[in-house]
Write a protein that binds this ligand. Structure first.
Ligand code: F6P
Length: 323
């Protein structure tokens, strides 16, 4: 093994640059050459591959996004697409891969290893924090803080106008961002896909608004919640409580950008180095993670096939604090 290829894939997340930097510098420290594959699997297929030196990753630790760029490639889902990618990997003499992304990216890397035997280690990079095998994913902490900053601002208007604000945060299939943001932002409720009784709880809360002397409220909803997001929820609440003044804000991609938090930079730096250590130890088709503050390895198959659950105590805490 002489040359390692690194790429980011799927949705970007703050801290991906810090992670690429760590992969590149740790690999060079151990005597490897490093190549950057641009635009994830799309660039692997088109041969969009560049040499990376220790200087190529200077002055990027503080930058959001990914300087290698990222994409979601439909072509790589096909056998023909992966065969084209393999041609490029051979042409560029890449012996092993480090993939920074989510479970879709792990699935691609796992298939590529099965078909062509190119060793690969995955690093969890997504703001959703929904990946099994790690307590936290790269970008999650920054996204939560960005959403929290927005909620603190919205709270000013909610209070001044005595309104209910529904704030929709990202989380395609998971409520990690919503629940943390709800607790940290003092919200009245968090509606998340993991809690099927959340709407019932919210209606009960709202029915007792006068008794509770509530003049304004913040309700956080995960985009993947079964209620269908902020606008659908607003309509339902209007019908149930026509007297309330309700507004919705969808935070969207604002949560994906920005300079990574210190916590994300440290996590990204640890995981980037851990991926190179894993390759040196002969590991392949695994993802690295941090569990209970220690580096851990999880086979791709297990990481993809398992569901990371939200702590029921956290769901309970959000409810208790919103009485
Ligand atoms: O997986 C990260 C994520 O930001 C999800 O929270 C969201 O549903 C999705 O990506 C949006 O993807 P895109 O940027 O491709 O629209």
């Amino acid at each position: 093994m002489k040359t390692i290829g690194v790429y980011t894939s799927g949705g970007d997340a703050p801290g991906m640059n810090a992670c690429i930097r760590s992969v590149v510098r740790t690999a060079i420290y151990h005597g490897f050459k490093v190549k950057g594959i641009q635009r994830g699997y799309a660039g692997m297929i088109s041969g969009d591959i560049i040499n990376l030196s220790r200087n190529s990753v200077a002055n990027i630790i503080q930058r959001g996004g990914t300087f290698l760029k990222t994409a979601r490639s439909e072509e790589f889902r096909t056998k023909e697409g992966r065969a084209e990618a393999y041609e490029q990997i051979l042409k560029h003499e890449i012996d092993a891969l480090v993939c920074i992304g989510g479970d879709g990216s792990y699935t691609g890397a796992g298939l590529f290893y099965e078909e062509f035997g190119i060793p690969c280690v995955g690093i969890p990079g997504t703001i959703d924090n929904d990946l099994f095998g790690t307590d936290y994913t790269i970008g999650y902490d920054t996204a939560v803080n960005t959403a929290l900053d927005a909620i603190d601002r919205i709270r000013d208007t909610a209070h001044s106008h005595e309104r209910v604000f529904i704030v929709e945060v990202m989380g395609r299939d998971a409520g990690f961002i919503a629940l943390d943001v709800a607790i940290a932002g003092g919200a009245e409720a968090a509606l998340i896909p993991e809690d099927l009784n959340d709407m019932e709880g919210l209606t009960q809360q709202f029915s007792r608004r006068d008794k509770r002397k509530k003049s304004f409220s913040i309700v956080v909803v995960a985009e993947g919640d079964e209620q269908g997001g902020a606008l659908v929820l607003e309509k339902k609440l209007h019908e149930l409580f026509p007297e309330l003044k309700i507004r919705s804000t969808i935070l969207g991609h604002v949560q994906r950008g920005g300079s990574p938090s210190a916590r994300d930079r440290v996590l990204a730096s640890r995981l980037g180095a851990a991926a190179i250590d894993a390759l040196l130890a002969g590991e392949t088709a695994i993802c690295v993670g941090i569990v209970n503050n220690d580096v851990s390895y999880t086979p791709f198959a297990e990481a993809i096939g398992s569901h990371k659950s939200i702590s029921p105590q956290m769901i309970e805490l959000a409810k208790i604090l919103a009485i």
